[in-house]
Design a protein around this ligand. Structure first.
Ligand code: C5P
Length: 402
């Protein structure tokens, strides 16, 4: 419930992308937000207020002179207890109105009358020529200068049949931006590099040794760092997860590939967080051809004999560099975490080590963590991994040199 307790005024203006905002409304509700829909007359040509009322669970406002609010001042009252205004889709005309402070209908008046503290996010949706028009360019620049956050647009195929910049972002992307808008930008201007997920060490071209890491914790931390304003690079083993929005993902299969990718992207990083479950050993005598049964049956046939060679310790390598970023490691001990955690922090020579309480965290959606630093340890009680990731990012941000 990334938006639990948030009240969002969702403004729709005229554009075919209104149909996508039906889905956005559901997604906002599922994320815990309450949604107050306001529509321009043009928007009602594309989707009905009835549909939006059914999806948001609240009466929709379309008219400046709507008398349903006691004092008859919808343009004031609708925004006073809101946490954000989101305009999606935002038409060329409405961008122009926002840029000039026009107040000729409920939605534009509501935007001009919004309290200064209230974030205004707009998701443009228009034809490529309209987006590139010099007047639109001027107006968009004005919106940015006025502190209005632009979500997209994207480039691609358009409803009019043309192709180019001006497509509205997809509902899932808009939701992600809206969630991010509520996160404090405690890592603004910082660069964060992470490893996440399992490694896979080949035995032959189709078989290998891996582990049960799902990547969920590492991906949640990457997402939280991005939402906190950092530029994030995620070196990831093979997972089924989508890269978090705005995060650069680099695929790595083996520990050696993960090590090489980390070193290749290390320059200029402020923070390195090693979350991946890295294999300590690789198969030294991996076969270039698929291993075959020799045809004999029975218990005496014990199969191929694997030999192992030690993998580089990525975290220890980075921590040993003279100009190292702030290094954070993870530990998944099955016993004596308090003792082993601090020992591991010292052995790896890192300022912060995160202990998973219990080793049953792999693949789960929640977790319980202990942070070890030079001052002792702090418990982060059981919570879902995204909430813990935000707490961890806050803990890291507070420890970075200013
Ligand atoms: O020594 P151990 O594997 O328990 O340490 C775990 C921590 O070290 C994790 O942060 C993990 O990502 C990192 N690690 C690494 N390279 C390895 C082994 C572990 O970066 N080869």
């Amino acid at each position: 419930m990334d938006l639990a307790g948030k009240k969002i005024v969702l403004g729709l203006t005229g554009g075919i992308a209104c149909y996508k905002v039906a889905e956005l409304t559901r997604a906002l509700g599922k994320a815990g937000a309450s949604v107050q829909v306001v529509m321009t007359q043009a928007a009602t040509q594309f989707i009905t207020p009835l549909t939006m009322q059914a999806l948001s669970g609240q009466p929709v406002f379309t008219d400046q002179w709507d008398a349903r609010i006691a004092n008859n001042m919808a343009h004031i009252d609708l925004s006073r207890d809101a946490d954000a205004i989101v305009i999606a889709p935002c038409s060329t005309d409405f961008i122009s109105k926002l840029a000039h402070g026009a107040c000729d209908d409920l939605l534009s008046t509501l935007c001009v009358a919004r309290p200064a503290r209230l974030p205004l996010l707009v998701a443009p949706a228009m034809n490529v020529e309209m987006w590139q028009n010099p007047a639109t360019r001027r107006n968009v620049a004005q919106l940015a200068a006025d502190g209005i956050e632009l979500l997209g647009p994207d480039t691609g195929e358009q409803a009019c049949g043309e192709n180019g910049m001006g497509r509205m972002l997809e509902p899932a992307q808009l939701l992600e931006h809206i969630i991010a808008a509520f996160q404090p930008k405690i890592l603004a201007g910082k660069r964060v590099l992470l490893t996440a997920g399992p490694t896979f060490e080949p035995i032959d071209p189709v078989r290998g040794i891996t582990n049960l890491s799902s990547g969920k914790m590492g991906y949640a931390i990457a997402r939280a760092a991005r939402q906190a304003g950092a530029e994030v690079t995620l070196v990831s083993g093979t997972t089924t997860l989508d890269a978090p929005l705005g995060v650069q993902r680099i695929a790595a299969q083996t520990a050696q590939q993960m090590h090489d990718a980390v070193l290749a992207h290390l320059s200029g990083q402020d923070v390195f967080i090693a979350v991946a479950a890295v294999a300590d050993w690789r198969v030294a005598n991996a076969s270039a051809q698929k291993l075959k049964k020799d045809g004999s049956e029975g218990e005496k046939n014990t199969g191929p004999v694997l030999e192992f060679a030690q993998n580089p310790d990525i975290l220890a390598t980075v921590a040993a560099l003279p100009k190292r970023p702030y290094c954070v490691g993870f530990a998944a001990e099955s016993e004596n975490l308090l003792q082993y955690g601090e020992q591991k922090r010292l052995r790896k020579n890192i300022p912060l080590l995160v202990g998973n309480i219990g080793h049953h965290t792999f693949g789960q959606d929640d977790n319980e963590l202990i942070l070890f630093d030079a001052h002792g340890h702090t418990l982060l009680p059981r919570n879902d991994k995204q909430a813990l990731a935000r707490q961890l990012i806050a803990a890291i941000a507070s420890r970075l040199p200013h």
